[in-house]
Design a binder for this molecule. Structure first.
Ligand code: F6P
Length: 374
């Protein structure tokens, strides 16, 4: 097979620190090391559909330390794109843009959803690889995802800072972190920041157990507590309703079934909004301690990437250029120890890496006396 000469790059899904470092890593390796031409597409898959592109070269300098993505991003899916108010399958338009630019490969930087979309494009005949990006750390078959280390640092620093104010006012501070449906960010930051209670989606919480852990601290003289709660953490009843809605969506096959299952899942998600505030109120009532809520939100995703994320994104980007040069497609460039490995996209798409209940962070949290809400 002829060597790849022209590659396209796009960033999709939620932005994440390290995206620009990855664009630079793959772009510079492709141009400087392999003498390829690199085209960036704007705003995720939408830029491919609408053929909005930029030739990347000089723009690759000076972006290593910059947060966000210079290409812009979106959550658009090629096969279900909103066009003039209608949901349309735009896969054909993607293929046309790919051919028009005479691309030999397309690199999609994104999370689990992006891997799914990329796999669809592989099945439509395109040469695609992905790089694992997300602050949620929930992509299977890779040791790490870029964005996570930075978000972990930000969330940990926030928990550190909340300690002194909670202590001074003898309050419970409930801090909500992102992570989507996985608890990596909350567990990691909670453990690193010394939270007293940590609630993650993998361990449905019992509010009475949490309250008792806080009361126990009061009895021992600590009249404040930090409660780290993942945005996806739920009590057992809500967790069961959510699992049922998810299973229904997975099982749906006809367009009508899919639409109805997506609606049902959205309703369960909507009912979950405000859960952290509700939990804080319950803890206040059960312990008699005043409570406050801090929702960290997008601050966890913004800003300059940490050194760890810059390194990971740069080495995975450069490994991606190697794979394209070798003609290896249909894979995610996974981090493996100090190196990397191509993993077939069908082993990644549609899967989610949750925190195993015997993970060392869970074991350590329990051993140091952190309440996990169960
Ligand atoms: O996947 C990254 C993430 O930040 C999740 O932690 C969060 O649930 C979600 O994106 C927020 O998405 P949006 O940017 O669409 O509000």
């Amino acid at each position: 097979m002829a060597r790849a000469r022209r590659i396209g790059i796009l960033t999709a899904g939620g932005d994440s620190p390290g995206l620009n470092a990855a664009i630079r890593g793959i772009g510079k390796a492709a141009i400087d090391h392999y003498d390829m031409v690199v085209v960036g597409f704007r705003d995720g898959f939408r830029g491919l559909v609408e053929d909005r592109s930029v030739r990347l070269d000089r723009q690759l300098s000076g972006i290593l330390t910059v947060g966000g993505t210079i290409l812009g991003t979106s959550r658009d899916k090629p096969h279900r794109m909103l066009v003039d108010g209608e949901v349309v399958d735009m896969t054909g338009a993607v293929v046309r843009t790919y051919e028009k630019h005479r691309l030999d490969a397309l690199v999609c930087l994104g999370g689990g959803g992006t891997a799914k979309n990329a796999l669809r494009l592989v099945r439509a005949g395109l040469n695609v690889i992905t790089l694992p990006k997300t602050i949620d750390n929930d992509i299977v078959m890779t040791d790490a995802t870029f964005g996570f280390a930075t978000a972990l640092d930000v969330a940990t620093e926030a928990i550190d800072r909340l300690h002194s104010t909670a202590h001074s006012h003898h309050r419970i501070i409930v801090v909500e972190t992102m992570g989507h449906r996985a608890g990596w960010l909350t567990l990691g930051a909670g453990l690193a920041g010394g939270a007293d209670v940590i609630a993650i989606p993998e361990v449905p919480y019992n509010v009475e157990s949490m309250a008792e852990a806080i009361r126990r601290r009061v009895r021992k003289g600590s009249t404040f507590s930090i409660v780290a709660v993942a945005e996806g953490a739920r009590n057992p009843e809500d967790a069961a309703a959510f699992a049922e809605a998810e299973a229904r969506k997975r099982a749906a096959s006809t367009p009508e079934e899919i639409e109805s299952a997506v609606g049902a899942l959205a309703a369960v998600e909507a009912a979950h909004a405000g859960n952290t505030l509700h939990l804080a109120g319950q803890l206040e009532a059960l312990t008699g301690l005043e409570s406050r809520v801090t929702i960290l939100g997008y601050v966890q995703r913004g800003g300059t990437p940490s050194a760890a994320d810059r390194l990971l994104a740069t080495r995975l980007g450069s490994a991606g250029a190697d794979l394209i040069n070798e003609g290896v497609f249909g894979v995610m460039v996974a981090a493996r120890g100090e190196g990397s490995e191509p993993v077939p996209l069908d082993q990644v798409a549609g899967k989610r890496k949750l925190v195993p209940l015997d993970h060392s962070w869970i074991v350590a949290a329990r051993h140091v006396g952190t309440c996990l809400g169960d």
